[in-house]
Design a protein. Structure first.
Ligand SMILES: *Cc1c(COP(=O)(O)O)cnc(C)c1O
Length: 854
């Protein structure tokens, strides 16, 4: 029989142990080992069997044990210490508080909303599928460490993503657990009378989607998770938050409406009931959360009587959009007809709403385009990805060079206290015991690692590798049993892997661009390396395929079949069930982290950063973050066959490069030992990686960048726009309408250059005078620029510098502008003149997408 519903019955905590629930309910324990030690003391065996889930452990620990602990004075003292430590963490001013939050004086925002479809904080709260969610989780944790007043907004999926198993023939099996929120470290958001807060989102045909709001506490940061599986809903609506990235377009649209529209409503409810200041900045982590902007437009139209364009002006100013994928198939798009059906009665003019998501295909509504149009500030997640995104979305800014497209980049980071092995932190490799310094402004240094003798560093690496080997053995055994082997047949699993063999990790989701099976290109060669009697390597592999992606599942099956070979199964393993809990062991223990995506489709990649924080050396295609921070000593760059159109040939070339690097560089260096058995040159690479790469990949560095480059400027813009009942937003919107209406008549009529003669010499200058026609506009409405630089055979300008030209004279609608251009370089030189809109409220001159060039 199956239970209709399930819930968790837990023992009442005796009075002296009451603070335990406070500790359990704040997810700071997920990155605070001392608190986890305390939980373990509750009942070490139970802690093991509960997989380190304190809510579960506390739910199952016996009343007798609790009674005994309540009388154990040492335990109660330790408990109090842990609670004091948490309270201090929550209350002390951190980095952000030093910025000043005096809103009247351009201070940092008093609160920021961060929307994401997934959050990966701990394996205990499985609300993530991969990198995007883990990044969101790390963003919240680092924000907490820095004291940034962020509020996360997401959905509570009752089955999470899915749990991965394997069939006997290596096919991915999906299991959808049924998570009971009462067994999770979350609390219901309640009305003052104790009843649950209910959020509603209108659906077509007069239906309504209702949701409860669960609060997770991530250190100082609150995360709100909307849950539709409640009595108030009809059966179809109850299933909206069933699972992450499942279902058809209709289902996904409902999820995104709940996230965006319901999310804003949940925020309003949360702020009102807790006295939290309303967010000034809204950050959409990827396009899924874009409807939050529509809801805010609707709010302003209703509350302040703003027209759509005026409300858009106000909303954009406080919105930050981050795009995460350069894979066109990864962009979220809906049939336009579906949007029309769902938003017909929403309260925002449909025509205007549809324009926000317009793209090349007139039948589609593009969530990334909407994100870019709704966010005055936008970024990609590594320098290379910023570059690729400017190209990918350049048709939203016609007339501009790709380099002018207003999409910047902030390279992702990872949360050191979550991902760094405790032993390394204890050795003092990082500046503070938190592993992730929060008080230091500017560049952070991990100089502590310089004081550690090579032998000690190597000993730690071996300890971490040995721990991974234990974990691999445990998991290989479990997997064999789950795939149908009997106890009598799994004896071999006890000796798989070797704590002294070079260990390579490859773990990530399995979309085709990540090329899970590239290493199998020449199976005989790989096999020979695995079995090399002198210098063997071992490979641990993991990753989930999206349930609807049979191609990905075939790749997994191919990998499993290869690893099933009794001749090599002691050196290679595919471990099902990749999640945060498994990932930690991999990052700690792998010597080399392999990453071979099809460049440039990996927007950033973060797993290699986590490996680097533990002294792992990356062996990676120069894509995402590795393109930026590979420095020749922190690992190896796999040469790419960029531009080779034949995918098969490209795979061949790049796979061969991996084998070559392994056999000529990686393996020799790992096995080259000094008199004490230490691979001195390897350890120097480890040390270099910790010292130089460690500080760059920190999530605190990333969150500081977001605060300084995007959140603070966005808050300023939003404040300006909302002053005096949104008067500036109305004025700016009117100005934009007027400007765009007149733009087609803007013309650079004539440009004169004097001073350079026929054969100009370096060091001389060029005086430019441009005649510009601006019928209907004022000179102050535009900025006229001289643009100059190197020129190619087709007269294309490169390495362009721009200087503003000064207004000199006006005759009717004709205006003259002048500038002096220095000739600083020898060789072919060219210049032009262009006219751009000008307003103090533009974040970027390309923002309005119009430009007129001579
Ligand atoms: C870091 C991480 C990812 C993302 O890894 P990429 O290198 O960005 O693909 C995915 N899943 C888990 C469990 C992770 O820890």
């Amino acid at each position: 029989m199956r239970a209709l519903r399930r819930f968790t019955v837990r023992a009442a905590l005796p009075e002296p142990l009451l603070p335990l629930s406070q500790l359990v309910m704040n997810l700071r324990w997920s990155w605070h080992p001392e608190t986890r030690d305390l939980f373990e003391t509750l009942d070490p065996a139970l802690w093991q069997s509960c997989g380190g889930d304190p809510v579960k452990a506390l739910g199952e620990v016996s009343a007798e044990r609790l009674a005994a602990l309540a009388k154990d004075r040492r335990f109660v003292r330790r408990l109090q210490d842990a609670v004091d430590d948490l309270e201090e963490y929550l209350a002390t001013p951190r980095w952000y508080q030093s910025l000043g939050t005096d809103t009247a004086n351009g201070g940092a925002p008093a609160s920021i909303a961060y929307f994401s479809a997934e959050f990966g904080i701990t394996e205990v709260l499985p609300q993530y599928s991969g990198g995007l969610g883990i990044l969101a989780g790390d963003h919240l944790k680092a924000a907490s460490d820095l004291g940034v007043p962020l509020i996360g907004v997401g959905l509570l999926y009752r089955a999470g993503y899915f749990e991965q198993g394997l069939s006997s023939d290596g096919w991915q099996l999906e299991h959808y657990p049924s998570l009971d929120p009462h067994g999770l470290p979350v609390k219901l958001l309640r009305e003052p009378d104790g009843s649950a807060v209910v959020i509603s989102v209108p659906l077509p045909e007069g239906r309504t989607l209702y949701a409860h709001v669960w609060r997770a506490q991530v250190g100082r940061v609150t995360l709100l998770l909307l849950d539709s599986d409640i009595e108030e809903n009809a059966p179809a609506e109850r299933g909206v938050t069933d699972r992450l990235y499942g279902g058809d377009e209709d289902h996904r649209l409902r999820q995104e409406m709940l996230l965006g529209i319901g999310g804003v409503r949940a925020l309003r409810a949360y702020c009102a009931r807790t006295g939290t200041p309303a967010p000034e900045v809204f950050h959409a982590n990827e396009g899924h959360a874009g409807f939050s902007g529509l809801e805010r437009i609707r709010e302003l139209m209703e509350s302040h009587g703003l027209a759509f364009a005026e409300a858009l002006q106000a909303v954009r100013s406080g919105t930050v959009f981050t795009t995460h994928t350069p894979v066109p198939a990864g962009i979220d798009r809906f049939p336009k007809a579906l949007i029309e059906r769902y938003f017909a009665g929403f309260g925002v003019p449909l025509h205007d709403l549809l324009a926000l998501g317009a793209e090349e295909d007139p039948a589609k509504y593009n969530m990334a385009h909407m994100g870019l149009r709704l966010g005055q500030r936008a970024n990609g997640v590594s320098e290379l990805h910023g570059h690729v995104s400017r190209g990918m979305f350049s048709n939203l800014w016609p007339g501009f060079d790709e380099s002018d497209v207003p999409i910047g980049s902030i390279t992702n980071g990872v949360h050191a206290p979550t991902w760094t092995a405790r032993e390394l932190v204890d050795m003092g490799t990082q500046t503070s015991s938190q592993g992730d310094p929060v008080e230091v402004d500017g560049p952070v240094h991990f100089d502590g690692v310089d004081g550690i003798p090579a032998g000690d560093l190597w000993a730690i690496r071996r300890t971490l590798r040995a721990r991974l080997v234990e974990e691999v053995r445990r998991r290989v055994r479990e997997t064999a049993l789950s795939r149908g082997a009997t106890e009598a047949e799994v004896g071999w699993t006890e000796t798989v892997f070797d704590p002294d063999v070079l260990t390579i990790g490859f773990a990530r989701r399995v979309p085709s661009y990540k090329r899970l099976t590239l290493m199998l290109r020449d199976p005989a060669r790989l096999k020979a390396m695995l079995l090399d009697p002198e210098r063997p390597l071992q490979l641990v592999i993991a990753g989930k395929s999206h349930p609807a992606d049979d191609g990905g599942k075939k790749l997994i099956q191919q990998m499993v079949e290869f690893a099933d070979d009794p001749e090599i199964r002691h050196r290679i393993a595919f471990l099902p069930g990749y999640d945060i809990g498994m990932a930690r062991y991999l990052y700690w223990g792998c010597d080399v982290w392999l990453n071979n995506p099809l460049r440039p489709l990996e927007a950033c990649g973060t797993s290699g950063m986590k490996s680097a924080l533990n002294g792992g050396l990356n062996l990676s295609i120069r894509d995402g973050w590795w393109d930026e921070w590979f420095d020749g000593q922190n690992g190896w760059a796999i040469p790419t066959a960029d531009g080779v159109a034949d995918a098969d040939r490209r795979d061949e070339v790049e796979a061969r490069a991996i084998y070559e690097l392994l056999s000529t560089q990686v393996l020799p260096r790992f096995y080259e030992r000094d008199g004490e058995g230490v691979p001195a040159r390897w350890v120097e690479m480890v040390r270099h990686t910790l010292r130089e790469t460690g500080p760059k990949v920190l999530a605190t560095r990333m969150v500081r960048d977001y605060v300084q480059a995007l959140y603070v400027p966005a808050a300023r813009s939003a404040r300006v726009m909302s002053a005096d009942g949104y008067t500036p937003a109305r004025a700016e919107s009117q100005w934009r309408g007027h400007l765009l209406h007149n733009w087609s008549t803007v013309r650079v009529a004539h440009v004169e250059a004097t001073g350079a003669g026929d054969t100009p010499e370096i060091g001389s200058t060029l005086a430019l005078r441009a005649e510009v026609e601006l019928p209907g506009l004022e000179p102050g409405d535009v900025q006229v620029q001289a643009a100059y630089g190197r020129v190619d055979d087709a007269d294309g300008l490169h390495d362009v510098t721009t200087v503003p030209m000064a207004h000199e004279q006006t005759e009717g609608s004709r205006h003259w502008f002048t500038a002096t251009v220095p000739l600083e370089r020898t060789g072919a030189f060219g210049y032009t003149v262009r006219v751009l809109p000008h307003s103090e409220h533009l974040a970027d001159p390309a923002e309005l997408g119009v430009v007129t060039t001579a």
